[in-house]
Write a protein that binds this ligand. Sequence first.
Ligand SMILES: [Zn+2]
Length: 299
Amino acid sequence: MYSKTRIYPFTEDFYHKAIIKDSYEGRLFKLRNAIDHADYVVIGAGARLSAAAGIAYGGKRFTDSFTDFIARYGLTDMYSSAFYPFQTEKERWAYWARHILMNRLDMPATNSYRRLFSIISEKDYFVITTNVDGQFEKSGFDKERIFAVQGDYAYLQCADRCHEKLYYNENLVRKMVRQTTDCRIPSGLVPHCPVCGGKMDVHVRKDHYFVQDNQWYASYERYQDYMEKVCDGNALLLELGVGYNTPTIIRFLFERLAAQRKNITLVRINKDYPDAQNRMTNWVSFDENIGSILSDIGT
Ligand SMILES: [Zn+2]
């Protein structure tokens, strides 16, 4: 999901352009109205929500914290660094430990997520997210109502997926960060699979070795059950910052539902990709800043 490669399956002409006709105030009114009248709210969140919330993977936030790695490996940001072919496990985990600590373990609930929670908390809601930073849970969203499809930085798994189990990594990660010298952790801290003895990985989907444990499947089932209910009621699909890294999981699905069902309203908040490929009447799109919109809804 954090690959820089974006997939554009359709040409620009194919996208439905008739979107941002209303004034900002007009669209905000529609959004408030959709929230007020929704029996169900499904939040679909992508990487741009976290980036807009302040968890930026590039710029000063990156250069200030990874000076040593930048000097040694020429890393440019935390998206591409996640794919850097570190030669040893000691180096790979030194990088990842800092990445996990910064973006997940030590990152407090951000204002944007907290605001989103205060807007939605009284509603019957469910969250599906491709983000792996735990922000929804930290901000007060009910764990039972979150489906984090692509994993969670706070867990490790066997890199070969020899067994479907996850391991909470906080203590280990903190130790790794404390004991990093010269862009390496001590070899004694390199994690090994307790079953096959092989390499471990961060629990983030990048290929078919991604572990889906019982809890993952339970969340998936709760999400599916919820989406069945949604189709029978008056529902709002609130999509925030979902781009084209993995568009089928949230973006295309939300559009298809809104295009097929009049009882479903789609609100898309996306500065970079506010358009849609389906023709829909029951949708509103924003290309303004997510943080400002979330503040303005509450006022
Ligand atoms: Zn294993």
